[in-house]
Design a protein around this ligand. Structure first.
Ligand SMILES: C=C1C[C@]23C[C@@]1(O)CC[C@H]2[C@@]12CC[C@H](O)[C@@](C)(C(=O)O1)[C@H]2[C@@H]3C(=O)O
Ligand SMILES: O=C(O)CCC(=O)C(=O)O
Ligand SMILES: [Fe+2]
Length: 334
């Protein structure tokens, strides 16, 4: 079966859209479940404000990441190559994808983070403490959002999604991306001159839910229609949340695993950090029976996260891997 990849030569359009904002403060919470469901159906993407992640947890993480990327290349390379964990530069995954980005991909188990930090920082205890508290806080936020989602979907089991992230063997990962200030010769928006370049190419995230924060530099874009890009305004005080492929499958296609990409900025460097909330490897991914509409039969066959992850890593960044798991479609996996 041929898995669809975006055509890099097609014409592109930029379309401004006002993206949904979810307020998690006590006064905003009662409206949150319905608003989150609406956002996930329409965009697969929303911003979260008043999220409760302490400011010092965020600033310690920012300091740790800035410290790492400021190191000489030879030292950074000592934390690589990304296999998939560790430091990577320009190359993403194992199948030839490239971008103007350097990154650290980390496990979310605190013991593994502590172990890996030795090759990352001269003060590994400080580095791992910053990363571990950030991951703990953001995982909690992801679980909170997933519980509100389940409530909005009227799922009989309120922790149907969050339980997968809370499991001790959850396969969640954490990524810190750094896009050096860079202007390419090709202006993506058309015309000549100098402009943005692709830092992290078009893709959907494979997991359940991604919780992302960036510095105050723009670059992230989402695509709601092939070749049409909506810029996401940077807001370092907030988190952007996107639905991953597994959540699209668990909601039988009701929620959208939105395609997105990140561009470089010609004047400022950009940093983003993303927590990818994933199930344990042996977890079965299937639509929740209670969420099934008899008029909409199952779109995907049940699969384990391990099977899905294997497909993810065998394919290119921009491939739509969920197509391989479609039910009743010629060429799918039986
Ligand atoms: C090219 C690849 C890198 C990636 C694994 C893949 O084969 C396809 C998906 C990529 C992605 C995108 C979202 C996350 O950044 C990531 C960690 C993930 O789970 O899937 C990356 C993978 C990676 O960089 O290892
Ligand atoms: O840098 C960003 O804003 C997006 C990065 C991203 O999509 C990813 O790491 O999967
Ligand atoms: Fe992503």
């Amino acid at each position: 079966m041929v898995v669809a990849s975006p055509n890099p030569r097609r014409a592109e359009k930029i379309q401004a859209v006002e993206l949904p904002v979810i307020d998690l403060s006590p006064s905003g919470r009662s409206a949150a479940p319905a608003l989150i469901v609406e956002a996930c159906e329409k965009y697969g993407f929303f911003k979260v404000i008043n999220h409760g992640v302490p400011g010092e947890v965020v600033s310690r993480m920012d300091e740790a990441s800035a410290g790492f990327f400021a190191r000489p290349d030879s030292e950074k390379r000592g934390a690589g190559p990304a296999d998939p964990f560790g430091y990577g530069s320009k190359s993403i995954g194992f199948n030839g994808d490239v971008g103007e980005v350097e990154y650290l991909l980390l496990e979310t188990d605190p013991v593994l983070v502590s172990r890996r930090s030795v090759g990352i920082s001269d003060d590994p205890n400080r580095f791992s403490a910053a990363v571990n508290s950030y991951i703990e806080a953001v995982r909690e936020l992801a679980c909170d959002i997933l519980d509100l989602m389940a409530q909005g979907l009227r799922a009989p089991d309120a922790s149907v999604f969050s339980r997968l992230l809370r499991a001790v063997d959850s396969d969640s990962v954490f990524r810190i991306n750094h896009y050096p200030r860079r202007s390419g010769a090709v202006l993506l928006r058309g015309g000549g001159g100098v402009g943005e370049e692709v830092g992290f190419g078009e893709h959907s995230d494979p997991q359940i839910l991604t919780v992302l924060r960036s510095n105050d530099v723009g670059g992230l874009q989402i695509s709601l229609e092939d070749g049409v890009w909506t810029p996401v305004p940077p807001d370092p005080a907030a988190f952007w949340v996107n639905v991953g492929d597994v959540l699209q499958a668990m909601t039988n296609g009701r929620f959208l695993s939105v395609r997105h990409r990140a561009l470089t900025n010609p004047f400022k460097s950009r940093t983003s950090m993303a927590f990818f909330g994933a199930p344990p490897l042996d977890a079965w991914i299937a639509p929740q029976r209670e969420l099934l509409d008899p008029r909409r039969p199952c779109i995907y066959k049940p699969f384990t996260w391990a099977e899905y992850k294997k497909a993810v890593y065998s394919l290119r960044l921009g491939d739509t891997r969920l197509d391989l798991f479609r039910a009743r479609k010629e060429g799918g996996i039986d």
